[in-house]
Design a protein around this ligand. Structure first.
Ligand code: PMV
Length: 312
């Protein structure tokens, strides 16, 4: 049996939309931070069974959750020429499908574990491509720290700054619509989708440069711009989609107020209601203290850049 662990990552410059085809290639690049908190532990072993069996947090999975994992393992079986089925046992220490990137850590852990079990011997670039087939954002969780995904795999990015990302949970329970479905609907119906794709590469290029140069203000401004542009696109889909809850807006407003009071910090939200606040290490505790005052926020985690996915 092989066990692997991967942390979630949060995109500062978002990917939203897929290219045509079955390779799960993103329509836009992305830039992310892998966290040192939240993640997925996956154990993988061969079984004599004629089907893969998937347990998530000790519950046997069927339907969409099972078929995503089976489809992923079909790719691994094809690559390795080993037609053997698996028992997959995963534990999330992140709420599942709630906009906290559980699919990023899940498929990064599965990619690392299946690479070892099926003796694929893949290098990080190929591992990142493999993880992407399961979930676009998983390609980035193979790597630690900051990662950029411009084409089909993620690459590490160094920065001179000491960042924190404060995860503020604003609701409970899984999201109402999967990111896959929401991406497809946005691409098919939102009048803003083409401008999103067309304007994305300059955001990515400028944010990449800002990260390398340690220009925190520019990176923060582009981070907020990217998330707002993504959510505007979703709102304009037919029918419209919104993941943001009243509490999300309160945390966004408070982040802006804190910034106006002289504490640099910037928000970002994914396909879920939670707010992640980007700041420098020296300000993290003060910001977390202020955000904790918002009622009824109960869960706030200050995260540092974390390691890439690994075998346990
Ligand atoms: O990895 P997916 O296919 O579940 O999509 C992730 C989409 C966002 O989290 C909203 C953005 C991103 O780049 O992670």
């Amino acid at each position: 049996m092989i066990t692997a662990y991967a942390h979630t990552n949060i995109a500062l410059i978002k990917y939203w939309g897929k290219l045509p085809g079955d390779e799960n290639l993103p329509a836009t690049g992305s830039l992310s931070m892998t966290l040192d908190r939240f993640g997925t532990r996956t154990s993988l072993s061969f079984t004599d069974s004629s089907q893969d069996q998937f347990y998530l947090d000790d519950t046997k999975q069927s339907g969409e959750a099972l078929s995503r994992v089976q489809n992923f393992l079909d790719l691994v079986r094809e690559k390795s020429q080993k037609n053997i089925h698996c028992l997959i046992e995963s534990h999330n220490d992140v709420p599942t499908s709630a906009g906290l990137a559980s699919s990023a850590s899940a498929f990064a852990a599965l990619a690392i574990a299946s690479n070892a079990l099926f003796e694929l011997d893949l290098e990080p670039t190929e591992l990142s491509k493999l993880a992407r087939r399961g979930s676009g954002s998983a390609a980035r969780s193979i790597l630690g720290g900051f990662a950029i995904l411009e084409t089909d795999h993620a690459e590490a990015v160094n920065t001179p700054l000491d960042f924190k990302l404060i995860v503020v949970q604003c609701a409970q329970g899984p999201k109402k619509i999967s990111s896959r479905e929401a991406m497809n609907r946005t691409a098919a119906t939102s009048p803003y989708y083409n401008s999103w794709v067309q304007t994305h590469s300059s955001d990515l290029k400028n944010a990449h440069r800002a990260l390398l140069d340690g220009d925190f203000q520019l990176l923060g401004e582009l981070t907020e711009h990217s998330t707002l542009k993504m959510h505007a696109n979703l709102l304009a889909a037919k029918p419209g989609i919104w993941y943001l809850e009243p509490l999300t807006l309160i945390v966004m407003n408070r982040t802006v107020e804190l910034r106006q009071s002289g504490i640099p910090c910037y928000f970002t939200m994914d396909a879920g209601p939670h707010v992640k606040v980007l700041c420098l290490s020296e300000h993290a505790h003060k910001i977390a203290r202020e955000l904790k005052k918002i009622n009824p926020i109960t869960s706030i985690d200050i995260c540092s850049p974390g390691p890439g996915a690994y075998l346990c």
